[in-house]
Design a protein around this ligand. Structure first.
Ligand SMILES: CC(C)(COP(=O)(O)OP(=O)(O)OC[C@H]1O[C@@H](n2cnc3c(N)ncnc32)[C@H](O)[C@@H]1OP(=O)(O)O)[C@@H](O)C(=O)NCCC(=O)NCCS
Length: 270
């Protein structure tokens, strides 16, 4: 008669006529570390992260700005949603190739897209490999004008004006799915990269598409710098530029929560 005794209290021993076996009542197959640890994702997870960001930005004014106007006003809700998911997935993919994508939560609950200093996604190779080139054909003619002639140039111009020659971490997107908000996920994503920026004595830069979030980002040391707006729609869509100066505190190595994610995980080569 074989007996296999578990060392952990969550396992129980099931007795059969011939043997005693361990029945493993694990909570879930989703890695438990995902719940509380920030992790960097690679290309294989772009679609899940893209869907998650799409949910986070489903009511976002800038996302709607790109999907409204011209023939897009005749698109069905389903068509717009699919396009929104594709845009987010292309963006995640471009950041996997040329930047950094971090996530936390059992189901990509919060996702952040980062451009570390010296990296950018404007090169043709990234635009081609990430699928970003498809946007040109998928946005309506008005959406194309809004994205390529309005949004992108103003974002670049403003970054240059506010940051000049400085090297900084750019938080391009951060979103938590509505069902996962208030659990501290976004805070962990921000503080994870802030620890790295601080250790390198570098600033961080973001554009918030909602004035409601200014107070949120201030909690992490960001300061409001200026407002810009996009004006091709019936009402201007504002963006609020914020900068976080480095805190100048050394990162304590050893404590898991204090070690920046980029130091924990090797850069994914693609
Ligand atoms: C903004 C957003 C990313 C916050 O995500 P989240 O995971 O719910 O945030 P957290 O749980 O980390 O919040 C941490 C703290 O900030 C507070 N907070 C959340 N939103 C806030 C806001 N708009 N203003 C001030 N405080 C806020 C929370 O109550 C929490 O407080 P606590 O630590 O005292 O409990 C999320 O609401 C979101 O995805 N919004 C839609 C997309 C968006 O606007 N993205 C950013 C614009 S670019």
């Amino acid at each position: 008669m074989a007996h296999v005794i578990s060392k952990t209290p969550i396992n129980t021993i099931a007795t059969t006529t011939s043997s005693t076996a361990v029945v493993d009542h694990r909570r879930s197959l989703v890695p438990q570390a995902w719940e509380k640890s920030v992790r960097k994702i690679g290309l294989a997870e772009c679609e899940q992260a893209g869907v998650s960001l799409a949910h986070a930005f489903a009511a976002d004014a800038l996302s709607m700005y790109l999907l409204d106007g011209g023939e897009a006003d005749r698109y069905s809700d389903e068509t717009k949603w699919k396009l929104h998911v594709r845009i987010m997935t292309y963006l995640v993919s471009a950041h996997c190739y040329s930047g950094v994508v971090t996530t936390i939560g059992p189901d990509y609950d919060a996702v952040a897209l980062w451009m570390p200093p010296g990296m950018h996604m404007d090169d043709w190779w990234t635009i081609f490999r990430s699928g970003m080139w498809r946007l040109y054909y998928q946005l309506g003619s008005e959406g194309r004008k809004r994205y390529y002639e309005d949004v992108l140039p103003l974002l670049h111009e403003t970054m240059d004006e506010v940051m000049g020659d400085r090297e900084y971490y750019y938080l391009a997107y951060i979103g938590t799915k509505p069902s996962a908000r208030g659990k501290g996920y976004a805070k962990k994503l921000i503080m994870d990269m802030a620890a790295k920026a601080d250790a390198e004595d570098r600033a961080m830069y973001l554009e918030s598409s909602s004035s409601d979030n200014i107070g949120y980002y201030e909690r992490f040391g960001f300061q409001y710098r200026k407002e810009i707006s996009f004006k091709r729609g019936p009402v201007p869509v504002p963006l609020f530029i914020m900068v976080r100066e480095p805190a100048g505190k050394p990162v304590v190595k050893g404590a898991e929560e204090d070690v920046p994610i980029l130091d924990q995980i090797e850069t994914v080569k693609v």
